[in-house]
Design a protein around this ligand. Structure first.
Ligand SMILES: [Zn+2]
Length: 690
């Protein structure tokens, strides 16, 4: 414990001694080294004649002696001062400095040309023989007389086919004039010669530097870059010190009017392309920069200009560059110019922006466009109706688009531009005929209305020309097959002297009228007005004829109408469908025996047509019983293998519309208003689903 304490004391002592030694060495350095010193005692601007000087006086000392004294204005070196001047006062104050009796410096520096007026920073730097430096900086406000410029004469002159602006004037600047720039409407056009002798100006402004050379003058070529009209000419005089002044005058520039002439205009064909070929000449006092071509005021291209035309040169020698007045060339008009009488305008634009035009007419001819519709297929999907269309069209300008209209209403666009090498082969001279094909599937909107409609397909070319073709289509009207049960020699059930076939026919005729009024197409399997038709057929053949007709017509729905007999107190309606439709699908592994009390098959994975049959059968049963006030014999539509429900390849139902064996119900079935009500309920149910 005690031993540790004495070690700490020794460490502390060493630390203190080291610090004292350090302090002593720093002090020795500062006392032994005499810093260089400088002092600017006086700095003024003086004028002598047309020159300006900066006059400086001061002193500087350096351990190694002062080698030189430099002057900077705003950090730019402007000159040296004379050093080594006698200064016994400085010697007395700093006897220890080497050569301090010669510490004085002074002199004047010419700042006429290189220092601009304003507040400036003057830095004086003293450099010792050993290279050490010291500076002293002062501020000074430099004033100079304002620069002046004056345009005495401004004229427009012509020499040969060139045009010049001639200027004369004078300008003075306290720092001397460095250059004279000329602007027309603020656009730089050239520089004038300056430094011309002007003893009159020297006499009037003797204090301006170099004013005996204040004159400027010269001519600037304005042939190409100055347009005719009243122009503002500005002369800008720039001094050696960067200061500027301007003088502005107006002048009216006149030039000969530009001319353009189309000598030849023809239409040419090469392969499947069409060109407009033009030839002519144009002159402009500033030279022709470019020749643009417009058809019916739409720009279509530029012609080559600058072609040799010695004849034009001879006729218009005063126009600049008139020996190169010719223009010509051909412009592709395959895609953008439609056939017919067209106005071709050539616009010549000069180097100075002035323009002139010449217009000629030409009759453009092109082979007529063609269109051919190869296929129109009607596609029904749920409640939607679509048209699949396929065909081709050609146009000398290429086909831009193929549009579809129904009853003059725009429906949509087909995909055009499909590869058709066969069409290319037949019509090689038509532009782009290898892409003549079009096709597409178009939705027919519901608001088009049902019935026969005009389908118009219009092919439009890139040049706007069109060709159309019309087809008649049947829109929106679903085909409903109405099957009045029995008829002819087969009167069906019979009660109280009333034949079922007559009751079925009564409802069928009313249903047909109702559906047609709603826009549906209808088909009667048998004509109620010709009851003995097909009288020779067996019942089986007759039934086959009913469903075969519906299948061939690709009908949307099949409705078979019947009336029933049972006990005299029986009452009610029922409906039948078949889940098994072997004409569409007949997969034995999906078939089971009926569970509804009848012999036959049922399909455990029924087709969409069978599902719609069941849905419609149930709906029409519910609507008929509730709206007409009949009970249901069975509350659900019954799955049963009836000829007209099994063998029809579309949704189909058979409806039993009432019990003839019940006397009062028979009377209701006979009444025209009762039949009408049933027809309306069935038609409304059709409309809700088909
Ligand atoms: Zn029947």
């Amino acid at each position: 414990m005690k031993r540790n304490k004495s070690i700490s004391l020794v460490v502390l002592l060493i630390f203190i001694v080291t610090n004292i030694l350090n302090c002593y060495s720093v002090q020795a350095y500062t006392t032994n080294q005499n810093m260089a010193k400088i002092w600017v005692e006086n700095d003024i601007v003086t004028n002598e004649g047309d020159k300006q000087y900066l006059e400086i006086k001061g002193w500087s000392i350096n351990e190694s002696g002062v080698k030189e004294v430099k002057v900077y204005i705003d950090d730019k070196f402007v000159g040296n001062l004379t050093s080594g001047q006698k200064r016994m006062d400085v010697k007395k104050a700093y006897p220890s400095y080497y050569d301090s009796e010669n510490a004085g410096f002074g002199g004047k520096i010419d700042i006429t040309r290189n220092v601009a007026p304003g507040k400036r920073k003057v830095k004086v730097e003293s450099i010792g023989n050993d290279g050490t430096r010291t500076t002293n900086t002062k501020s000074i406000d430099i004033t100079k007389s304002a620069p002046k410029a004056w345009i005495e004469k401004i004229t427009e002159t012509k020499e040969g086919n060139k045009q010049y602006l001639e200027l004369k004037g004078w300008s003075i600047n306290a720092s001397g004039v460095k250059e004279i720039k000329v602007y027309v409407d603020d656009k730089y056009i050239g520089t004038l010669q300056n430094g011309q002798k002007r003893m009159d100006v020297k006499k009037a402004y003797p204090s301006y530097y170099d004013s005996e050379n204040a004159g400027f003058g010269g001519k600037i070529d304005i042939t190409r870059n100055v347009a005719p009209g009243k122009r503002k000419v500005k002369v800008e005089s720039i001094g050696n010190d960067g200061t500027r002044t301007t003088n502005i005058k107006s002048i009216d520039i006149t030039k000969s009017a530009p001319k353009a002439w189309i000598e030849k205009i023809t239409e040419t064909k090469e392969g499947n392309k069409q060109y407009l070929e033009l030839k002519g000449w144009s002159i402009n006092a500033s030279g022709v920069k470019e020749i643009k071509v417009y058809v019916d005021d739409k720009y279509i291209g530029t012609l080559q200009n600058g072609q040799k035309r010695m004849d034009v040169k001879k006729a218009y020698p005063s126009y600049y560059d008139s020996e190169n007045a010719g223009f010509g060339g051909k412009i592709d008009i395959t895609r953008n110019v439609a056939p017919g009488k067209r106005k071709v305008k050539v616009e010549s634009i000069g180097n100075d922006g002035t323009r002139t035009t010449n217009t000629k007419s030409i009759d453009i001819t092109k082979p007529a466009p063609k269109i051919w519709v190869e296929k129109i297929t009607e596609i029904k999907k749920g409640n939607k109706q679509k048209l699949e269309i396929k065909g081709w069209s050609i146009n000398a300008s290429g086909v831009r688009e193929v549009k579809v209209y129904i009853s003059d209403k725009y429906i949509g666009k087909l995909t055009s531009g499909q590869r058709r090498d066969d069409i290319k082969h037949t019509y090689p001279s038509y532009y782009n005929s290898e892409y003549a094909g079009f096709s597409g599937i178009i939705d027919i909107p519901n608001n088009i209305g049902a019935g026969n409609k005009i389908l118009k397909i219009i092919s439009e070319g890139n040049d706007g020309s069109q060709i159309a073709t019309n087809k008649t289509i049947t829109v929106g009207s679903r085909l409903i097959v109405i099957d009045p049960g029995h008829l002819g020699h087969d009167s069906g059930a019979c009660a109280y002297g009333v034949r079922e076939s007559d009751l079925n026919a009564g409802v069928a005729v009313k249903l047909e009228k109702q559906l047609q009024g709603m826009g549906y197409r209808t088909y009667m399997t048998r004509s109620p007005l010709r009851p003995n038709e097909y009288a020779a057929l067996s019942t089986a053949n007759e039934l086959k004829q009913r469903y075969t007709a519906a299948n061939n017509l690709k009908a949307d729905l099949f409705i078979s109408l019947h009336h029933d007999v049972a006990g005299s107190n029986s009452s009610g309606m029922w409906t039948f469908y078949s889940s098994w439709k072997p004409g569409i699908k007949n997969n034995p592994s999906d078939l089971r025996s009926l569970t509804t009390g009848y012999d036959g098959n049922r399909d455990i994975h029924p087709t969409r047509e069978a599902q719609l049959s069941k849905e419609f059968g149930q709906k029409v049963l519910n609507n008929l019983t509730s709206k007409c006030g009949y009970p249901a014999v069975r509350p659900y539509v019954v799955d049963r293998n009836l000829s007209v429900t099994v063998h029809t390849n579309m949704p189909s139902v058979l409806i039993e519309l009432g019990m003839m064996s019940n006397r009062s119900e028979l009377r209701r079935c006979q009444s025209s208003s009762g039949q009408q009500q049933k027809a309306k309920v069935i038609a409304d149910t059709v409309k809700s689903m088909f």
